[in-house]
Design a protein. Structure first.
Length: 140
């Protein structure tokens, strides 16, 4: 397995609307995609384009959202995860598991419409890491 392209940096936020204003007005972001709900993951997301990657803004979608715990510890929000691309999600999952890394759940469809899984931060140098199958076509 080879480390792929950094696809995005996940940033948890209590308010996507406030974060959009920050990235637009303070950071000068020009391309901010429309927010959308991911009910299966309990979050609302919004992608902000940068010249070399994206920022994924993540807001809790309801009381059972896994982002609530993160925001309880970090009320203003902050960096939640890094996401790297791989050509084959199942091969990558088997590789991480063979190395003894804790894969958090089975591959599932993520915000880019392609398969993803997460690897526990204790096995990734303290960083929650999303592994994503490289999107095909326009999703990239």
């Amino acid at each position: 397995m080879k480390l792929g392209r950094l696809n995005h940096i996940g940033v948890a936020t209590p308010s996507i609307a406030d974060s959009i204003a920050f990235y637009r007005d303070v950071m000068g972001a020009e391309t901010i995609h429309d927010p959308f709900d991911l009910p299966a993951q309990g979050v609302k997301v919004c992608f902000v384009d940068t010249p070399n990657t994206q920022i994924e803004l993540i807001e809790p979608l309801g009381a059972d959202s896994p982002i609530h715990g993160f925001l309880a510890k970090n009320p203003a929000g902050g960096q939640h995860h890094l996401c790297y691309e791989v050509p084959d999600i199942h091969e990558a999952k088997a590789w991480f598991e063979a190395k003894g890394a804790r894969v958090l759940g089975e591959p599932r469809i993520g915000a880019h419409g392609t398969l993803i899984f997460f690897v526990h931060p204790r096995d990734m140098g303290g960083v929650l890491t999303e592994i994503m199958e490289t999107p095909k076509g326009e999703a990239h």
